[in-house]
Design a binder for this molecule. Structure first.
Ligand code: ADP
Ligand code: ASP
Ligand code: MG
Length: 473
């Protein structure tokens, strides 16, 4: 039988401490005994957040506090190494590598503190240290199980543009580099353990793919290496019908389509980074979401076509860190280019627009962006419309951050009448006030805007209405 290449990604909780890393190493070793396998790992859970905090402290000139974070990380990784690998002489192979990365971190924080300036490039360099520390630990744990393994930094594999904090891969260059570096290892039966989250420009400058980006790293490598499947190991049993932290009855979905999973990811389901599926669509590589704490469970399979479940609605999601911006006033009816100018402005500041809604009277254009993008978007709009605001052609540009988007997702909603009606009736019964509504032309998503405080009620009400907990209709 032809060898099947797997790319397996392990998230922060799957490498959260020594016992989690040991479990992860076992999963890698079991898989690699059967077939070639490339592992992609995140930083130990919480580490990226702490590194970003350290970078911000350094920016304020506080080198001492930033250094203390690095010292604490040194201790954490050292303890993990000693409890993973009992024999002292084996530590000598991994410890120098950890020390090197930590020393680099210390220098980066000192330099930042000295200049009191945190460039996007320095922030990427600091926030990526966690993956550079976890990969050698995981590789050491795999070797401890008797299987050859090597930690590899993705700067050697993934080539990106220079958009720090959200870099995009250049697939052809990535394919050439990944094949050249990883094929020889796989042929020798060595399991590579690659740092998630990071890449490098053609000049070799380190970049990051955005928060939660290790999922994306895994599918980028899956596509570049012509993998047969990508498995994303996390801390839940798969893609669930809703975020289990908000809906207790949420259930695992056995099979879901790329489109449905992408809609969920795009509208806030943290289980997948929003761009995860982009690299694998063309080659139709299946992606699995599985629980590293219960590896005996099958998880969710994400495939090009998914599987029909009748009913239409497959899952719900909510996105809360968003801001509603509205541009309006009676005068905008006479301003034909107001829509064009609004969205050229959002494009100029690279704000990702998640939802657009325009009332038929055209008194108001509302749209939603991530809260992190809101301030610079509004500033740019006020500049763009300064003249019209002064002459009262545009009356207001307002923001509201107390809102959330809830999305009802399911490919088979197409051609299933009444889903919007049922959703909004149920919400009305439970007194959830709708601020705006949008339905994508694909009909695989109905999204609505509500008050942030109503998210939990809205999700639970809709979950019950569509019997997503599996109860009979
Ligand atoms: P990792 O560290 O493995 O990348 P994340 O914390 O990024 O894991 O993503 C997994 C989390 O996503 C789960 O613990 C769960 O709370 C959350 N989540 C949100 N929506 C969903 C959903 N629809 N299905 C599964 N998990 C979800
Ligand atoms: N460690 C990175 C983060 O916390 C990437 C990831 O975990 O996917 O954002
Ligand atoms: Mg994640």
């Amino acid at each position: 039988m032809k060898a099947r290449l797997q790319v397996m990604k392990f998230g922060g909780t799957s490498v959260g401490d020594a016992s989690c890393i040991a479990r992860t190493a076992q999963i890698i070793a079991n898989a690699a005994k059967e077939n070639p396998c490339i592992a992609v790992v995140s930083a130990m859970s919480g580490v990226t957040n702490r590194l970003i905090e350290a970078a911000k402290k350094a920016e304020l000139g506080n080198a001492g506090e930033a250094g203390a974070v690095i010292d604490a990380l040194r201790k954490q990784h050292e303890i993990t190494l000693t409890s993973l690998i009992p024999r002292e002489e084996e530590h000598a192979r991994t410890r120098p590598r950890l020390e090197e990365v930590l020393a680099e971190g210390r220098r980066l924080c000192e330099g930042t503190a000295l200049l009191r300036e945190l460039t996007p490039r320095a922030l990427d360099a600091i926030s990526s240290l966690g993956e550079r520390l976890s990969a050698p630990l995981v590789a050491a744990a795999v070797k401890e199980l008797g299987l050859p393994s090597e930690a590899i930094e993705a700067t050697e594999l993934i080539v990106t543009d220079s958009f720090h904090g959200g870099a995009e891969p250049q697939m052809e260059l990535t394919r050439a580099k990944s094949q050249a570096r990883l094929r020889p290892l796989l042929e020798k039966g060595i399991a590579p353990v690659v740092t998630g989250f990071i890449g490098a420009t053609t000049e070799g400058q380190l970049t990051t793919l955005g928060r939660g980006g290790s999922d994306y790293s895994a599918t980028i490598l899956g596509a570049a290496m012509d993998a047969d499947e990508v498995i994303i190991w996390t801390d839940v049993d798969g893609v669930l019908t809703a975020d289990p932290r908000l809906v207790a009855e949420a259930r695992t979905i056995p099979v879901i389509s790329y489109r449905e999973a992408a809609e969920l990811a795009y509208f806030g389901a943290k289980v997948l980074h929003p761009k995860t599926l982009n690299p694998v669509v063309q080659a139709a590589i299946p992606v699995w979401i599985r629980n590293s704490f219960t590896p005996e469970k099958p998880g969710t399979k994400i495939t090009p076509e998914g599987r029909s479940i009748g009913g239409g609605v497959k899952a719900l999601t909510a996105i809360r860190d968003v801001t509603l911006i509205s541009v309006g006033g009676p005068g905008i009816v006479g301003l034909p280019d107001v829509v064009g100018r609004t969205f050229s402005t959002t494009a100029e500041v690279r704000a990702n627009v998640l939802l657009i809604s325009q009332s038929s009277s055209q008194n108001d254009i509302c749209f939603i962006v991530s809260t992190v993008d809101a301030q610079r978007t509004v500033e740019a709009l006020r500049k763009e419309f300064a003249h019209d605001l002064a002459h009262h052609k545009v009356e207001h540009i307002t923001v509201d951050s107390n809102i959330a988007i809830v999305a009802v997702v399911g490919e088979n909603m197409r051609g299933t009448p009444g889903i919007a009606g049922r959703t909004f009736n149920a919400l009305g019964r439970d007194n959830v006030n709708l601020i705006a509504i949008a339905q994508g032309s694909s009909e695989s998503n109905i999204s609505f805007v509500i008050d942030k405080n109503a998210v939990k009620t809205a999700l639970n009400t809709t979950h019950r209405e569509f019997h997503l907990d599996g109860s009979p209709n």
